[in-house]
Design a protein around this ligand. Sequence first.
Ligand code: FHN
Length: 447
Amino acid sequence: MLVSVLSKFSACIGGLALCISLQAQVYTPTPANLEARKTFQDNKYGLFIHWGLSSMLGDGEWVMNNRNIKVEDYKRLLPAFYPAQFDADKWVQTAKNAGMKYIVFITRHHDGFSNWDTKQSDWKITNTPFKRDVLKELAAACKKEGIKLGLYYSTLDWYRDDYPHETGRTGQGTGRTGKGNYASYLQFMKNQLTELLTNYGEIMSIWFDGHWDQTNPEGAHDRSSRIDWRYEEIYGLIHSLQPQCMIGNNHHLTPLPGEDFQMFERDLPGENKSGLSFQEASQEVPLETCETINGAWGYNITDRKYKTVSQVIQLLVGAAGRNANLLLNVGPMPNGQIQPEFTDTLAAAGKWLEKYGETIYGTRGGPIAPQPWGVSTQKGRKIYLHVFKQPYGNMILLPGFKEKVKQVQVFINRQPVKFKQQAEGLILQTEGILFDSADEVIEIELR
Ligand code: FHN
């Protein structure tokens, strides 16, 4: 009898637990969150900033892992960090000159160093001789200039003992001997996220990274995680503190419940040049591609793979044509300055945006799928063809284009473009058009 009562009771408890966990899977974004997603998509272009203690070694942000630097040795960077030229206003100005509308800043990368005055750890910027809370200054500068602020936060940690390092793919050479303890690490992350979402004003997004440390490599059949990250608790906390705050997780998988945007690393949605992007692009949430302006994310003193102005423009436009944002990265120098090779290129692309911004901001991916010649964007009744190279035979065919066209013109000078609508689609005659080397925009106005 008792056994049967107990088994009924435990079935009931089990059912309740299942019910609660299923409920946790159901996520309904708030109206404020949906509005934030729309604004995010309208804004299109942001500045990613990878910077911290690792910048001092001039060898990228993975230096601790790549050179197997022990925590005890890496710690010597702390009393040496004094970014004398750090000026949050200048970083924000760089973003503004580039035509960018938001910044995503590394609050804590895989070396576990916190770029703000956290109360949860001594491993933080305010314990360097510099002492300043750079995040506070950046948040204030962004607010003043109307630039939105997103925060990158690594869930992977090469420094702390309580991170489940035993099962991690990386960080095995940093000399940790203590045992991982996810319950403790999770509490630490929650406490830090609470600080970030309480003390720094409105936060556009939390940009998580590091999940992949606990899975087989991208492309493997089984990408399940070796630990239960308990995202429902983390995401629930973020949305309860700031419901509009958008959550993205660079796990290189399709979005999980509770996530508000999907990012692609070094690939436009639909591409997989990086070997990280086996996942399909979501139709539900906004998309973002992150790329870096040279070859490295964090400061790398020998990296000269600078992207040209045309490459930057085509990246941005290529993203927009695939209905995605571009988050373009710079790794400032250890003194806090962004090197002129980056600021000059960003500003020149920004000049292009001053003229062509109408064809990018506030648009969505156009009705013509990406083509060898370029992409399309759309706003209302206007479709913008972004033509990256002079069309072969001075003609562009848009197969299957059925909508009735009112007029076609070169966007920049309103030069009329001859067109024919026939069964195969829309044919544009591009003879006499002087094509811009980066992107010539042809505007199709629908009836
Ligand atoms: O390991 C990081 C890397 O350092 C950088 O932060 C990029 C940015 O997307 N994400 C990770 C690799 O997937």
